[in-house]
Design a protein around this ligand. Sequence first.
Ligand code: CLF
Ligand code: SF4
Length: 493
Amino acid sequence: MSAPKISLQRLASATTVDQVLGPVKSGGCGSSSCGLSAKPDDIDPAIWEKIRDHPCYSEEAHHYFARMHVAVASACNIQCNYCNRKYDCANESRPGVVSERLTPDQALRKVIAVANEVPQLSVLGIAGPGDACYDWKKTKATFERVVREIPDIKLCISTNGLALPDHVGELADMNVDHVTITINMVDPEVGAKIYPWIFYNHRRCTGIEAAQILHERQMLGLEMLTARGILTKINSVMIPAVNDEHLIKVNRWVKERGAFLHNVMPLISDPAHGTHFGLTGHRGPTAMELETLQDRLEGGAKLMRHCRQCRADAVGLLGEDRGNEFTLDQIPGEVSYDASKREAYRELVARERCDHATAKTEASQMVEATALGKSLLVAVTTKGGGRVNEHFGHSTEFQIYEASPRGIRFIGHRKVEQYCLGGRGADATLESVIAALVGIDIVLCAKIGDCPKDQLAEAGIRATDVYGYDYIETAISGLYSAEFGVEPLATTA
Ligand code: CLF
Ligand code: SF4
């Protein structure tokens, strides 16, 4: 995804989110109560209220809303074999990586600057580059300063869990509704292969003892959060031959202790990053291995499949990073909050959301109702708003959907290099894009030229821009109908 700069004038005159992002086929329903009616039937209203604007906790919300991280929590109390916080690269997207560490006052300036310019902003997260609970004073001071200025921003933290039980009460007092704990094991023998040491109670521990303490603290923290009604998401790094099979047990344990979501992420492993796993040649899982494990976990704790493994200073919609636009040297010394863009954008989203939800349900039901027993794996290019609205050549990732007798399901995303730069495509880049699309039947995009389309066809992947600017699910159901010769539903988008 990539977001354009959005003026207040453009926001005020738009009637759909897509008019803000680019051209559109037709408008939303115009009712301002739609944000509520977009609630899925199986979600409790109180929980929906907490997740409806959170891009990580709601797959649907990630089409509309953005998060930002402020890198205030530098210190960490454990060592993970997949982490090296010394390495930094502006193009690198993985947890623990930042370009600029901030004090709580600097973080406040940055949050205000982003809130004034990025109307999609709904969540402030602290996700490192160390541990948000261990570096607690800075985490707390940042949240306190920000909510004084921007009371409606949601607060979110990510932690390894070791220091979490010490701060659950304060998290609840500050109305932090969303806490992520990274849990990679529930068996200390597995943990000893992931964590060489922890620092706990003024002492450095290693081996099984370290993993046992970490495990107990993680479970205690999770249980305490559940008792307080704070939504928890569990992040697990899938490390082939270390914890891949074991994550099935992790999923069961965290579900039993009230976790709201389980997010299984692939190990990022590269010798250039200087991590233990990178330097010892321990590979990460392939996209197919990850999807297979996620499929095996279906039916357990609810899965998150749209994680983008953000940097600890990420800014923007998931899948884009606008952090470079908001470095401290670009932010004035004095900056005051202007709520106008965020408010205008929220009204727009509220108007459009039920239209999208209705279109999505109808499209999925249509695919289910055909009972053809046939599946299609579809790759979609989008820049937000839940529509097929990105040109093939501008895309830096594809969102993957499956249309099958189970309906239309979001499966995940695949990152690629942007093929078209300055109007010209590069053959080598296209080859890598085609390689990333292995197994895909059809690409849906807003626009595609004959040259890439032909080369995709040679690799057995079709591509079409016929459904450009439709809602994603409406486009997929139209495609499914055309593909298998069934009567399409009238488009609602
Ligand atoms: Fe940030 Fe994490 Fe909060 Fe989201 S990220 S602290 S829950 S606001 Fe989101 Fe990024 Fe994945 Fe994290 S996509 S890495 S799950
Ligand atoms: Fe790195 Fe986070 Fe692990 Fe600490 S807890 S070592 S910051 S990945």
